[in-house]
Design a protein around this ligand. Structure first.
Ligand SMILES: Nc1ncnc2c1ncn2[C@@H]1O[C@H](COP(=O)(O)OP(=O)(O)OP(=O)(O)O)[C@@H](O)[C@H]1O
Ligand SMILES: [Mg+2]
Length: 401
């Protein structure tokens, strides 16, 4: 078999988890954070920092960059330790604290059980261990807004007040959130303890995204394989999508993959276009998979209606089939009012299109159309939740018009 020709020298650079040496257009943000955090190297407690910004604006990258710099200056962590936790991945207060502790306590499993202790007991051990090290800890809580939705904001409060228990060591927090209202969601006591400075990461524009991509892949493609115009095209699409650098990088990586798979000698706009459509399919698939069970049943009802020839339906049609399905699946049957809410949610996610239609004196109703591509529908129908429905045929519908 012929070996596939690699178009790029080091594909890792186009993985979104890769941290490049340089982060163009984030110098001001890096300088500002560094000027606050650097006091940790002199044994002082830096102010807490809250970083806000839309997805793909480089928040995680900038903070990791700062962590790497700290490590360069103080490799043995004599003065300062940088600890990072993603609150979306670790989902309980106990888990978050345990995760942070495991980054600086050697043989943590012999000292602290992964479960079983109360949070308070873990917290007490946590600050004792911190105090013993006589260091400044910079603790990053990435995607910190997830803790609120998981009712875990007590961890934020506890970490913000940990300095009250410390004499020789100090803790400084960096919170990262997509949600500008994060602070308002906190309990007042946690908010006032946190204090701190806020930094907002603005979205990148097209030319900034272009610079970011160019710098990132500098020297990685042979002459003539990747024209600037293709980079510009990726930047243009990502700029339209709210200045998301992750999207720009993903587009280029997937386009490179597609070109390599086809055995094409260079990357073109057409490859970027295919990359874009494959990413969109993935997004829809993810959205469908992550729906709550009741919402899945509503979507299935819309699919069953569509398959039975009722391609433009009203809420009543959705509700009738939904009731049958819920009954067969032995889940509780919600009211039509609740189903209307689910329909609006599916509409907002772009999985269906629901437009209000007026019938004059007869009133108004929603006209609902399925927007999920066929192949995804087929995979969705195989969701284990729907197993009991294998031979289900929807009842015949009475149509309004
Ligand atoms: N200025 C930049 N230069 C080079 N690469 C960048 C820059 N900004 C972001 N990136 C890259 O874009 C991708 C997304 O950035 P990052 O993960 O930091 O975004 P984020 O703001 O944390 O987004 P989210 O809110 O979704 O977590 C990463 O691969 C990152 O390396
Ligand atoms: Mg991030």
């Amino acid at each position: 078999m012929q070996k596939r020709k690699q178009l790029i020298k080091n594909k890792k650079v186009l993985q979104t988890t890769y941290l490049p040496e340089e982060l163009p257009h984030r110098k001001d943000e890096i300088d500002k954070i560094a000027s606050i955090i650097s006091s940790a190297l002199y044994g002082d407690k830096p102010s807490n920092i809250m970083i806000y910004g839309a997805t793909g604006t480089g928040k995680t990258a900038v903070v990791s960059f700062i962590g790497k710099e700290l490590k360069k200056i103080d490799p043995d962590e004599d003065r300062c330790s940088y600890l990072y936790v993603n609150c979306e991945v670790v989902d309980t207060s106990y888990g978050i604290l345990f995760n942070i502790a495991s980054q600086f306590i050697k043989d943590i499993n012999q000292k602290i059980p992964f479960t079983g202790w109360s949070f308070e007991k873990l917290y007490e051990e946590f600050y004792k261990q911190i105090e013993m090290t006589s260091r400044v800890f910079v603790i990053v809580l990435d995607e910190v807004d997830h803790m609120i939705s998981k009712k875990g904001d007590d961890i934020f409060y506890h970490l913000a007040k940990v300095n009250e228990h410390l004499v020789k060591s100090k803790v400084s927090l960096i919170g990262i959130s997509n949600n500008m209202k994060f602070m308002e969601l906190l309990e007042p006591k946690a908010r006032s303890r946190f204090g701190g400075e806020s930094i907002i990461f603005q979205r990148y524009d097209k030319s900034q995204l272009e610079d970011i991509l160019k710098k990132r892949v500098e020297g990685l493609f042979e002459e003539g394989v990747l024209d600037d115009s293709v980079i510009r095209y990726c930047a243009t699409i990502a700029a339209r999508n709210e200045g998301d650098a992750r999207m720009a990088i993903d587009l280029l990586r997937i386009a490179t993959d597609i070109a390599e798979r086809n055995g094409d000698p260079k990357i073109t706009d057409a490859h970027v276009k295919s990359a874009k459509s494959s990413m969109e399919t993935d997004i829809i698939e993810e959205a469908v998979k992550s729906l709550a069970p009741q919402s899945k049943i509503v979507l299935l009802s819309i699919i069953k209606n569509t398959e039975a020839g009722n391609t433009v339906m009203i809420t009543g049609d959705v509700y009738n089939v939904y009731k049958h399905l819920a009954e067969r699946l032995q889940v509780s049957i919600l009211t039509q009012r609740r189903i209307t809410d689910f329909i609006s949610e599916l509409d907002m996610m772009g999985l269906i299109n629901a437009s209000i239609k007026s019938f004059g004196r007869l009133g108004r109703t929603k006209e609902i159309k399925l927007e999920v591509p066929k192949d995804i529908v087929e995979r969705f129908k195989r969701d284990p939740l729907f197993k009991p429905l294998d031979d289900y045929v929807p009842p015949t519908q009475t149509k309004l018009m």
